[in-house]
Design a protein around this ligand. Structure first.
Ligand code: NDP
Length: 221
């Protein structure tokens, strides 16, 4: 059956590939962005632009645009990567990553939770770099901290939304050749979106709150 899918950061990278994939499956896609790219504009997605997910008015605009819409799948994909090294830490880049990578997906999920259909799913696109156990190389303070915080939020969301029948997946895409990492990765954005979608399709209330690699491996916190 055709689904209604809402994707943040849908104008490029993995988010755009998600949009194209779900459209190909015959689903209705709402592509959320600050400004639509040509690729998103020509994709057939319904565009909700002018949404900066770190701004209260952006999230309010998103919720207002989706009034009366039943959401089957929300993909919180928008994110940023900055770099900090010990000795030259910049609190502003760390703060910006918290705002975008941790707080925004939580607040977007809360703002849209009244729109969730029965058995809706929420996907949080996190990173393996948010795994504390997996960290053997240090650095990347703001990104690692913000994705670890997102993972913690994802676990709480899975518990809080379970009674409503809503399942939550916490997903690492793999190393994906997007602008975020300079275009060189192990996977193309299309391959990453395909694998992540397989994980979302498999998600159940029983497995809700698990931290997965897109290859199906369960990752350590
Ligand atoms: P890109 O940099 O290609 O895309 C990031 C997207 O997020 C863009 O659409 C961007 O919009 C949007 N975005 C960023 N900040 C905001 C904001 N404040 N409001 C609205 N939209 C915003 O990155 P990827 O496609 O690679 O990343 C997608 C997700 O995957 C991210 O959460 C990232 O952390 C995660 N990830 C990616 C990996 C990789 O190897 N690429 C590895 C692990 C995780 P705009 O065009 O307006 O800037």
């Amino acid at each position: 059956m055709s689904k209604t899918v809402v994707i943040t950061g849908a104008n490029r990278g993995i988010g755009l590939s998600f949009a194209q994939l779900f459209l190909k499956r015959g689903d209705t896609v709402y592509g959320v962005c600050r400004q639509a790219s040509d690729a998103l504009a020509n994709s057939g997605a319904k565009i909700i632009d002018g949404v900066d997910v770190t701004k209260a008015d952006g999230i309010a605009r998103l919720a207002e645009s989706l009034k009366g819409v039943n959401i089957d799948l929300l993909i919180n994909n928008a994110g940023i990567l900055r770099n900090e090294s010990l000795g030259s830490l910049d609190p502003e880049t760390i703060r910006a990553q918290f705002e975008t990578n941790s707080l925004a997906p939580l607040l977007v999920t809360e703002a849209l939770s009244d729109h969730f259909s029965d058995n809706a799913k929420v996907a949080l696109i996190t990173s393996r770099m948010g795994s504390i156990e997996d960290n053997t190389s240090g650095g990347r303070y703001g990104y690692r901290m913000s994705k670890a915080a997102l993972n913690a939020a994802g676990k709480s969301l899975s518990e809080d939304l379970k009674p409503r029948g809503v399942a939550v997946a916490i997903l690492h895409p793999g190393l994906v050749g997007t602008e975020m990492i300079g275009g060189h990765g192990d996977l193309t954005p299309d391959q990453a979106a395909q694998r992540l979608t397989e994980r979302i399709d498999e998600l159940t209330l029983e497995t809700s709150g698990t931290f997965w690699h897109s290859n199906g491996q369960v990752l350590p916190w």
